[in-house]
Design a protein around this ligand. Structure first.
Ligand code: UD1
Length: 428
């Protein structure tokens, strides 16, 4: 068990740079399975546990990979395996993203059902329903999905919920489907556009303009391609909240401000101020948050993009524990995403969970404690609380956090935080 020790109470000050987005890198990497004796070169790939798991999964399927800094090369041979190994799929739910491309490329796929996780049950029924509509035969036996289709067919598919993973799987499956596939009520997250760009670079004819309707026309031959992973909007927002919560001034470099509008709007509503700068030479944008005494309380509801992201809900809740009143944070995307609340309460927060809403009574200050990360974003919320709290906080089970935040301890130290990462030191 890894742990982070934080001596909190210092206003953070300085600049950090975003990593490539985990949730964009994973589907884009999976899309290389559509290639045959071809290469994908991907830039800005973050160095994270989940990315390593996807690389291991692709290698197990026959892809050769090589990393040079943040650039990764994927060489896809003529023949690949269509059976995803259970040990890797169990490690990461996003492994299910290989289903669509494997089925399109190999005519079949075997995938262990990804298990539940600590933020609620996460079925893949919408992925399977779409594939069945495209002509796949899908059977679930002994915890495995067996999918088969000599030929997939372009169809009009309506998603009952704009699931990010289902949208991505269907975009990839449609690459070789005969005719035109139209998927409606799709996810509109920026990561979807990043996948569409990469598919286009391979030669897939795809329109995905963020309108909630995606059209894919059948492609015969694909080609070598290059792509770049977009900046991680959740990581960027986490560091901006670290600045706000400690009363500091933090600049996050390489940000797409239109991807983080939901947070910026809420910060403004809570009385915080920020600025967006553009580098005249490179065109790259950065966002700075300025010291604020105390946030005003807020009502926040998570929703699919462009709504407030569920992946930022725990971090926002952590910030609101110190606001000057009662805030309501409603989770509408996942069930059971409030496991962090009991841990924050151990640090002096006053959070009561009522159904799918956290009622947060702002307190004057938080105090350090030993707390456990229950999942990736919950862990980030506890770190934020630790940075703002008096005395020492010890965040255990940091391995969850490392799935999504590259060098989080080093980045926080560049902002002046007093944090130490201890590998394997978290057992109590
Ligand atoms: C992705 C993100 C995750 C983020 C989530 C929502 C990746 C690798 N992960 O996860 O960080 O929290 O989007 O923004 O990109 N659902 C079904 N049936 C399905 C699929 C989903 O009922 O077939 C439900 C889920 O249980 C959940 C909701 O839809 O309640 C959203 O899930 P989805 O958008 O699919 O999230 P993921 O793609 O798993």
């Amino acid at each position: 068990m890894d742990c982070m020790r934080i001596k909190g109470g210092k206003p953070l000050k300085g600049k950090v740079r975003t990593q490539g987005a985990k949730n964009a890198a994973l589907p884009v990497m999976a899309s290389c399975l559509l290639l045959r004796e071809q290469r994908m070169v991907l830039d800005n790939v973050p160095s994270l546990q989940d990315v390593e798991t996807m690389i291991a999964l692709l290698e197990a399927l026959g892809v050769s990979t090589r990393r040079e800094g943040s650039r990764v090369f994927f060489d896809v041979p003529k023949e690949i395996s269509w059976e995803a190994p259970e040990s890797l799929v169990r490690m990461m739910r996003a492994s299910s993203l290989v289903l669509g491309p494997l089925l399109a490329r190999c005519g079949r796929a075997v995938l262990p059902l990804p298990g539940g996780c600590s933020i609620g049950s996460r079925p893949i029924d919408l992925h399977l329903k779409g594939l069945i509509q495209m002509g796949a035969k899908v059977e679930i036996r002994n915890g495995f999905v067996y999918a088969q289709a000599e030929q997939l067919w372009g169809r009009r598919i309506y998603l009952d919920f704009p699931s990010v993973g289902a949208t991505e799987n269907l975009m990839m499956a449609a690459a070789f489907a005969k005719g035109e596939t139209i998927v409606e009520n799709t996810a509109r997250e920026p990561e979807i556009e990043n996948l569409a760009e990469t598919l286009r670079a391979m030669g897939v004819q795809i329109d995905a303009e963020g309108t909630g309707c995606i059209r894919v026309r059948s492609s015969a031959e694909l080609q070598n391609c290059a792509g770049r992973v977009i900046p991680d909007r959740i990581e960027a927002c986490t560091y901006l909240l670290a600045g706000v919560m400690t009363g500091g001034q933090v600049t996050v470099e390489d940000v797409a401000p239109q991807h983080i509008d939901a947070l910026l709007a809420k910060l403004e509503e809570a009385g915080a101020s920020f600025s967006v700068e553009k580098d005249a030479a490179t065109g790259e944008k950065s966002v700075t948050v300025y010291p604020v005494k105390r946030l005003k309380p807020l009502s926040v509801k998570t929703m699919p993009f462009p709504g407030f992201p569920t992946d930022l809900q725990p971090q926002m809740a952590a910030a609101l524990t110190l606001s000057g009143g009662v805030s309501l944070v409603e989770e509408s995307v996942f069930q059971a995403r409030f496991l962090y609340a009991a841990e924050l309460n151990r640090m002096g927060a006053d959070i009561e969970i009522k159904g799918d809403t956290a009622v947060i009574k702002g307190v004057e200050k938080l105090g350090g404690a030993s707390v456990k990360a229950t999942d990736l974003r919950a862990g980030a919320a506890l770190i934020l609380a630790g940075l703002a709290a008096e005395n020492e906080t010890r965040v255990e089970n940091m391995e969850h956090v490392l799935r999504g935040y590259e060098s989080i301890d080093a980045k926080l130290r560049t902002l002046g935080a007093d944090v130490i990462f201890e590998a394997g030191a978290g057992e109590r």
